[in-house]
Design a binder for this molecule. Structure first.
Ligand code: RP5
Length: 169
């Protein structure tokens, strides 16, 4: 896709380290879709496909992407490596790992050295959803219709919260 078309149609890149991350990262994709924000999802493992990762990250801006959401689990170098090679804002999603419940992923992503930022979200589904929302907020700074859709999304969320709890089951 040409860079101009991508900037218009799919400004968000969602990258992840493995197919197994998609169960988490699909929540970012679904949230972006609900807001009418186009995205492309790709597997670019820092460890298994390092050349693919470098090619993606080095050309992401020139290719027309405006924001990157990067999810990985365990030794989660992916978001930091992407941030090292692109000036675009990078939001990191720690995927919940089996052995350490995602604490390993979180620490791998959040503890970046000063100068190479990754905006790190919560572990798992909540982090994936919030990464999409914060990516949309960035894009909405220069996209008033999107800003209005974001306001509407939040209003719907607020309207869905009951004032009193009900017993379930
Ligand atoms: C990381 O290793 C991926 O981000 C994934 O979360 C984790 C496990 O990958 P698989 O063994 O499930 O492919 O690179």
């Amino acid at each position: 896709m040409a860079a101009e078309a991508r900037a218009e149609q799919t400004p968000v890149a969602i990258v992840m380290g493995s197919q197994s991350d998609w169960a988490t990262m699909r929540h970012a994709a679904e949230t972006l879709a609900a807001l009418g924000v186009g995205h492309e999802a790709r597997i670019v493992s820092a460890h298994r496909t390092p050349d693919r990762l470098v090619a993606f990250a080095k050309s992401a801006k020139a290719d027309g992407f405006k924001v990157v959401i990067a999810g990985a689990g365990g030794a989660a170098h992916l978001p930091g490596m992407v941030a090292a090679m692109t000036p675009l804002p990078v939001f990191g999603v720690p995927v919940q790992s089996h052995t350490l419940s995602g604490l390993d992923s979180l620490l791998s992503i959040v503890q970046m050295p000063g100068g190479v930022p990754v905006g790190t979200l919560a572990i798992g589904k909540a982090g994936a959803i919030n990464a999409a929302l914060i990516a949309a907020s960035v894009l909405a700074l220069s996209d008033e219709p999107l800003a209005e859709r974001l306001d509407a999304w939040r209003a719907t969320q607020t309207g869905g919260v009951a004032e009193t709890p009900v017993s379930e089951g």
